[in-house]
Design a binder for this molecule. Structure first.
Ligand code: 1GP
Length: 243
């Protein structure tokens, strides 16, 4: 599958809202993949993201192969580490943690990834990743040794996102962190969106349809949800695709 980024742009132009279901290989029971993906297929989800903060080598590869057997949705890697790069996905978010100041997550891991990426046909999508404080420490903070930007530091969040765009990133991802107590606020989403020409992804702590709609109404082009589906698959009933 090619042109994933182009398709995202085209969908946005058509006024469509995009939804990615995030599957964390570390938390997912591989035996239940078929029934889980059938629910994803019946929903209005448009993408599947695969990734996590700490994942054992090869687990991502095996999981992506299984997912692929059961869906036509594009599968995008959302890797926490270089070991999660696998050729059988369609694209990869090449994430730079621009809210932090750890050079490993700004450029180091990227250099390390090149020898692996060269051997794949993955579409590489440069993505500026901003971690926003949500009331509790997240896995990203622990793994990367960086601090999130405080929610009240709105101008810093806006300026960081804009700097990412001007550095040539193709997407901005506003992240409250997996399982966040509270999602990124509507105010932050809308102020960041006003500054950007590129698509905006929002994720972290979105657990119901109202929060999902709030994110869209505030300007999110693509919303990512993982934990809510891990905790309660009946959430899929609320987001069924219209026939
Ligand atoms: C995490 O933004 C994603 O990196 C999704 O967050 O698991 O809280 O939905 P949740």
């Amino acid at each position: 599958m090619n042109g994933i980024y182009r398709n995202i742009q085209a969908s946005i132009k058509n006024g469509e809202k995009l939804l990615a279901v995030l599957i964390d290989p570390d938390k997912f029971q591989i035996e239940s993949i078929e029934q889980f993906i059938s629910k994803v297929n019946a929903s209005f989800a448009t993408h599947i993201f695969v990734g996590g903060s700490i994942v054992e080598e090869d687990t991502t590869h095996i999981l992506v192969s299984k997912i692929k057997k059961h869906t036509k949705l594009p599968i995008i890697l959302f890797p926490g580490d270089v070991t999660q790069i696998t050729d059988n996905a369609d694209a990869i978010l090449f994430l730079s943690l621009i809210s932090g100041r750890n050079p490993e997550y700004l450029i180091g891991k990227h250099v390390e990834a090149i020898s692996k990426l060269r051997k794949t046909s993955l579409e590489v999508i440069p993505t500026g990743y901003l971690l926003i404080e949500n009331g509790k420490e997240t896995a990203v903070e622990k793994v990367t040794g960086t601090k999130p930007i405080l929610r009240e530091h709105i101008q810093e969040i806006i300026d960081t996102a804009k700097a990412g765009e001007l550095l040539g990133m193709k997407l901005i991802y506003l992240e409250a962190g997996s399982g966040a107590k509270v999602p990124v606020t509507n105010k932050i989403i809308s102020l960041v969106k006003q500054e950007l020409e590129i698509p905006l992804i929002v994720g972290g702590g979105i657990r119901n349809k109202k929060q999902l709609e709030n994110a869209y109404n505030s300007g999110a082009n693509l919303v990512v949800i993982g934990t809510a589906f891990e905790e309660d698959e009946s959430f899929f009933d609320e987001i069924k695709r219209k026939k």
